[in-house]
Design a protein around this ligand. Structure first.
Ligand code: GLA
Length: 393
């Protein structure tokens, strides 16, 4: 995969190797959805499919006392898009969301590096709910600090990366994606406490089974407004709960008893009840994984999808179709939508010996219902973002 990205680099910038190359993985999440911005628990990992971000300074040595010469030249190879502009010029951001992320990242990273040559490519699906945007931001931050020799820790970079998304992009997201992308360990998922920002690594592998993603290839969400609306509803619910329970700081502090005695309006009750139960499920999943209990893990996935569909209401027809198929197939222990929702992927725990059958069932049934095929994504769990060696020219 990296070969193709290097070929693209050479075609655009000549045979000099990039000064820095970063591999930044995508994010999967076993369970714990919409709990991160409620200071709860999540169980993400980094996936083997990644973005590669190649960067060089356009003018490694700016003339003394003068402005840097050279132009910014950014290329998103998979999207077939590129931008070129002078350092001082206003950047023609137009419709390129990825360029907005690059610009936001460069701004938050305070050391000015002058014009940059940037090539982004890889095998991470874009818009599939595997957090390609956080992978881009986190990976680019790591590349920029490598160029300057700064020593921010992966945890600092994860926090900086989440600032870019909140302040510059306006997504009221939590910290799950950034922590998974910057701090993951190979073959492990991370049980992350989003209030304390502490985590432990656990194995998600259960003998005789595989985790697999199925990409609906749709995204119905309008500029993250539905996502932000859910975050606002949770805050609002907390304000009402505080009338009777002033010690509650976020939905993480809420249990069933508090919920019943909080006079929440119906919608806020449903949203909060989902978050309370989903937090429990993360702990239950940890036990199920430790016991290698695929049946229990499957039940938790099914319950999580039910809640995301009916209580948190962030699913959609395509996700429901795939989750239903998974949850009624004998080859599968359980499946649920993954990530923010309104499209993207379902994650399923499938029997090794039933995988082929399940795959053909999925392809056929989804095509018949929606008129196009979904994408089956096999993955392993990788380490977090890392600087890798550029090829010798
Ligand atoms: C998106 C956000 C995450 C998290 C999930 C839902 O991926 O970026 O912070 O809130 O949605 O669990």
């Amino acid at each position: 995969m990296t070969d193709q990205v290097y070929e693209n680099w050479k075609a655009a910038f000549g045979s000099d190797s990039p000064e820095v190359v970063v591999r930044a993985p995508g994010r999967v999440n076993i369970i714990g959805e919409h709990t991160d911005y409620n200071e709860g628990w999540v169980m993400p990992g980094a996936m083997s499919r990644s973005l590669y971000i190649l960067v060089s300074r356009a003018t490694p040595l700016p003339p003394i006392g003068g402005n840097p010469i050279g132009k910014h030249h950014w290329i998103a190879a998979d999207l077939n898009e590129e931008l070129q502009f002078d350092h001082e010029e206003d950047i023609p951001l137009t419709k390129s969301i990825w360029a907005k992320y690059v610009l936001g990242t460069i701004h938050v990273y305070e050391n000015d590096l002058g014009p940059l040559h940037i090539m982004i490519g890889g095998d991470l699906p874009i818009g599939a709910g595997v957090s390609s945007s956080s992978s881009l931001v986190g990976g680019l931050l790591l590349a920029l600090q490598t160029l300057t020799g700064d020593q921010l820790t992966p945890k600092d970079l994860a926090q900086l990366s989440s600032r870019v998304e909140r302040e510059i992009i306006g997504l009221q997201g939590g910290i799950m994606d950034q922590y998974a992308i910057m701090l993951s360990e190979k073959d492990k998922v991370m049980m992350l406490d989003c209030r304390e920002k502490t985590f432990e690594f656990i194995s998600a592998s259960i003998p005789g089974t595989q985790w697999v993603l199925i990409n609906t290839k749709v995204k119905h969400q309008l500029i993250d407004s539905d996502y932000n609306q859910r975050a606002v509803q949770c805050k609002h619910a907390v304000q009402i709960i505080q009338n009777n329970f002033p010690e509650v700081k976020s939905l993480r502090d809420v249990d069933e008893n508090i919920l019943i005695h909080s006079n929440l309006p119906e919608t806020l009750y449903k949203r909060s009840s989902f978050v309370v139960k989903e937090n429990h499920r993360v702990h239950e999943m940890k036990l199920a994984l430790e016991m290698k209990d695929a049946d229990r893990a499957g039940q938790l996935l099914q319950a999580s999808h039910f809640g995301l569909q009916h209580e948190y209401e962030v699913s959609c027809a395509e996700l429901d179709h795939l989750a239903h198929l998974a949850n009624t197939s004998e080859e599968v222990f359980g499946g649920r939508m993954m990530g923010g929702g309104f499209g993207g992927c379902v994650i399923c725990l499938v029997r090794d010996d039933g995988m082929k059958n399940f795959e053909s069932k999925v392809m056929e049934s989804y095509e018949k219902e929606f008129g196009f095929e979904p994408e089956i994504i096999h993955f392993s769990l990788s380490g977090g973002a890392e600087v890798i060696s550029p090829p010798t020219p």
